[in-house]
Design a protein around this ligand. Sequence first.
Ligand code: DUC
Ligand code: ZN
Ligand code: ZN
Ligand code: ZN
Length: 473
Amino acid sequence: MATILITGGTVIQATGETAADVLIDGEQIAAVLAPGSTLLGHDLAAGVDRVIDAAGKYVIPGGVDAHTHMEMPFGGTEACDTFETGTRAAAWGGTTTIIDFAIQRSGEQVEDGLAQWHRKADGNCAIDYGFHQIIGGVDEQSLKAMDTLIDEGITSYKLFMAYPGVFYSDDAQVLRAMQKASELGLLTMMHAENGPAIDVLAEQLVERGKTSPYYHGIARAWQLEEEATHRAIMLADVARAPLYVVHVSAKQAVAQLAAARGEGKNVFGETCPQYLYLSLEEQLGAPGFEGAKWVCSTPLRSRAEGHQDAIWQALRGNDLQMVSTDHCPFCMKDQKELGVDDFRAIPNGIGSVEHRMNLLYQGVVTGRISRPRWVELTSTTPARMFGLYGRKGVIAPGADADVVIYDPNGHTSIGLQKTHHMNMDHSAWEGFEIDGHVDLVLSRGAVLIDDGAYVGRKGHGRYLKRDLSQYLN
Ligand code: DUC
Ligand code: ZN
Ligand code: ZN
Ligand code: ZN
């Protein structure tokens, strides 16, 4: 494989930033050197296959999106990005690793769900990928199957306190799974919303004729996220298990995590770009059925109540540790439209895998987070949290050569007719203007994006067997 020298850029890592050249040999980073260095008297530029000039640009570790749902069945339909289209879109946006969710439902075998996910992804991905395991039916069999997950390279699994009748676990099931996870060293990921209470509110709203997409968010009240987050923290404490709460959107849920962390509990939280930038008020103001494109769970929250500002603050202060997308795209036509008369039938999800790095970079532009924190939230912490650090999330000798050259002077206009490579008929981010853009993307030394063109390959991406989380102590 090729040797590449990236010269003249500013290398930005979670630990700080420095002017440095990066030497890549095949699939790995060989050296990070002072600008213009020679190696044992040899001029590096003369001896490599390609020199990439990154002057004036940032050189960052490839993004790690630890929460995606390619081809996920939901509400009688299926998320419309395949592993092929979704990982290609991720590459366009500077994400070089995803961790997707294999699914087990009540009555199904964990092994079958996992095998199905391998079949979906194998040979189709543009970038490297790992899996978490959803346990949607906690029983004797699935608890036993958890024993084998670590051997499969799966060191985290997800439970749902929401979606009764689909993925839902009651408190007894949650506690049993957490006890098992504690024994094995698995990280429990929690969808923390009180599903049975949400279903009551949703039914009452529909009975009163409140059927439009906006009411999805009204039914999923912040109190029910706060309550479930608190309950998950306490159950994890009893089970002596670390806890990772996914897609946190309510400021009150953040406060629960912050308080628990303040007491020394091993709890962590992730948020998503939609909870930083989009709001319930905008969903209410959208014409006709347009608000359906922002139906996701947890839901968008009220800007007037200050959730978005609180989430930014939590990212800045480390009450929340990382940003994933919960990429779960559905088209309007034939998919979101299923709920045109009843918001409960709108498949839940937003597509963002392509835009996460750009959207978070706007936090740098507006002074909300530093450049190293941008890299930490989108690459380094996801890699550490989910057992990939060293290979991913860092630019250092021996790490995979997953490298993004980001041009802070460039510009990206997001929209269906502009920057859009996800397999959807709309963009939840239509009209967003981004300062900065992705110039070049390398995945294990292979060029995927080069000056506005996709030059990657279906099947380049490999399955990643993950180590235990580095946060379990
Ligand atoms: N939330 C979503 O928005 N989509 C898929 C599942 C979930 O929890
Ligand atoms: Zn969820
Ligand atoms: Zn999800
Ligand atoms: Zn550029």
